[in-house]
Design a protein. Structure first.
Lengths: 298, 248
């Protein structure tokens, strides 16, 4: 009898102690855009055939066409195997990352429009005056896709998850920062401590890791968001090689309603490489000294 | 409090077969980042900062006290020291490399798993993963190097190669080359302390391998967490200010 109870306790402890395992090296590279193209309005999912055709179309053009760049001089991404057509991509039938019939980010509130306009006006005509006028990514302060939410970039869209009791750590290759998320549902930092990545707290709901992030700054808006952005991320492993990553962005001063996006990650062979952005940043000083030289030549 | 009980039971259940638990937030309590050799107190590099940035004294972490520099390297260290304001990679917020990241005056967090161990350092958000599976050769040189780890009894032994020649050991200009090979040993010595040793072998700079050792302390504050110290924005004026457009 006592042994029976012991076994029972042992079994339930084993089941309880079995924290879902999200570990691995992942990629979030995708052919699916954040917002749904206008011609697919109302169509949330492709058929498998349509998804295949879309992938073929997206992968058939160059990185620069994909990014919508007009520049005639640029990196050759395919030289280093960085082009989207050269990397592993998780398959999905989604026509946009944003879920729901609309598939678009809700319109910016008038307050958010004014914030964005003020920011743009302050920089207009001064884009090359100083490092402060350059994009955060060019300054290696933070990569534009680091988030959170964590978005795929133009290249190196790789992440590694490592877990220990009470923590889930997420290392993004771009640009080498780790998020270490406590999973004890502890309270957020005091409101006066603001961070680039905000302050993330997680907890498990069944096999899903739910991460709540607040305490953002107003320095790196996510599609126009303010420092009051409240972000919920959900991570669920669907099988050995597939993760479903979802985020919901809520910021009443920016959007009239919260919006949700979903993306599929797949495992890739490692390792992650060290992306020493700032340490090798010759682009920023070259840009500024080029601007000064151009002024002198006038 | 109640929600901690199952966690405790789970750790007890898994403890019997597991390796020592290095998880947590750790920090050195020494002044080795100023000079890994024993040193008396001294003035800091900038007179304006007075006592706030003066050099605090320290016993040093180098076993035997002296660094076995080759003659040319000894001269270079002195030159580095003389030019430390322009040359010390810490001033530019560059990733600090191994072993310097361990004893900078910032905490670091270990996230320990079976296949990989992550060490996230607060300074410059520097990070490294220790590969605990089959040892692999460093694919390329990097700032934080390439780490292969294994357990020797109670000790985590980490073999570090693939470091570049851009990082220093301290603010005193002590340095290594890209030939440096480091073996680190992390051993729990009590629930809240760990001993750290690193053997440094660099035939381009030193005449023989040498060893540093220190104690690391766990941050036992229940609210302890790493905060962001993304220092790039604090060095931009220093590095790029001279390229700013002059106001007319």
């Amino acid at each position: 009898m006592a042994r029976g109870i012991g076994v029972l306790i042992g079994l339930s402890a084993a089941a309880f102690c079995q924290t879902p395992n999200l570990e691995g090296i992942w990629t979030n590279a995708t052919v699916v855009p954040l917002e749904r193209p206008a011609n697919l309005k109302g169509k949330e999912f492709y058929t498998p055939e349509e998804a295949g055709e879309n992938a073929k179309k997206v992968l058939g053009i160059t990185s620069w066409e994909r990014l919508g760049s007009q520049a005639d001089v640029h990196y050759n991404m395919s030289q280093y195997g960085l082009d989207l057509s050269q990397v592993k991509i998780a398959s999905t039938l989604r026509t946009s990352m944003i879920v729901g019939p609309d598939g678009r980010i809700p319109p910016l509130t008038s307050e958010a429009q004014k914030r964005a306009a003020d920011r743009a006006a302050a920089n207009r005509g001064h884009q090359f005056d100083s490092y402060e006028n350059r994009p955060l990514q060019e300054r290696c302060l933070i990569y534009s896709t680091e988030g959170p939410p964590m978005m795929p970039g133009a290249y190196n869209s790789n992440l590694q998850i490592i877990q220990s009791p009470g923590y889930v750590a997420i290392l993004q290759e771009m640009i080498h920062s780790a998020r270490i998320i406590p999973t004890d549902a502890s309270p957020h930092l005091a409101a006066n401590i603001r961070q680039w990545f905000g302050d993330s707290r997680g907890h498990w709901e069944g096999d899903t890791l739910v991460v709540d992030t607040t305490n953002f700054t107003d320095k790196n808006p996510f599609h126009g968001s303010s420092k009051d952005l409240h972000l919920i991320e959900k991570f669920r492993r669907l099988d050995a090689h597939t993760m479903l990553y979802e985020f919901t962005a809520d910021d009443p001063s920016t959007w009239a309603r919260p919006w949700t996006a979903q993306m599929t990650w797949t495992t890739v062979e490692g390792p992650l490489f060290e992306f020493a952005c700032h340490e090798g940043n010759l682009g920023l000083p070259n840009t500024l000294s080029g601007a000064r030289a151009a002024e002198r030549a006038k | 409090m109640l929600r901690l009980v199952p966690l405790l039971l789970c750790s007890l259940a898994s403890a019997q077969t597991a390796h020592p638990d290095l998880n947590g937030i750790w920090q050195a309590m020494n002044t080795a980042n100023w000079d890994i050799r024993g040193h008396a107190a001294g003035p800091g590099p900038l007179a304006q900062l007075g006592a706030a940035f003066a050099v605090p004294p320290g016993l040093g972490i180098v076993e035997g006290g002296e660094l076995p520099y080759l003659p040319e390297a000894a001269a270079k260290q002195k030159e580095n020291f003389a030019h430390r304001l322009e040359r010390d990679p810490e001033i530019k917020c560059y990733m600090p490399g191994v072993p310097r990241a361990t004893y900078m005056p910032y905490p670091f967090q270990i996230v320990q798993s079976q296949k990989s161990i992550l060490i996230s350092y607060e300074f410059a958000s520097a990070v490294r993963t220790i590969n605990m599976e089959t040892a692999k050769k460093a694919p390329i040189d990097s700032w934080m190097g390439w780490s292969n780890g294994h357990w020797e009894g109670e000790t985590l032994v980490v073999d570090v190669t693939g470091l570049n020649d851009q990082t220093w050991f301290d603010r005193a200009g002590n340095f290594h080359s890209d030939a440096v090979h480091i073996v680190e040993r992390y051993t729990i010595r009590s629930p809240e302390t760990m001993s750290y040793e690193a053997t440094i072998d660099d035939p381009k700079v030193f005449s023989r391998p040498w060893k540093m050792s220190m104690v690391l302390y766990r941050d036992v504050d229940p609210h302890a967490q790493l905060l962001e110290f993304k220092c790039v924005e604090f060095v931009e004026e220093l590095m790029y200010g001279p390229l700013r457009k002059k106001s007319k």
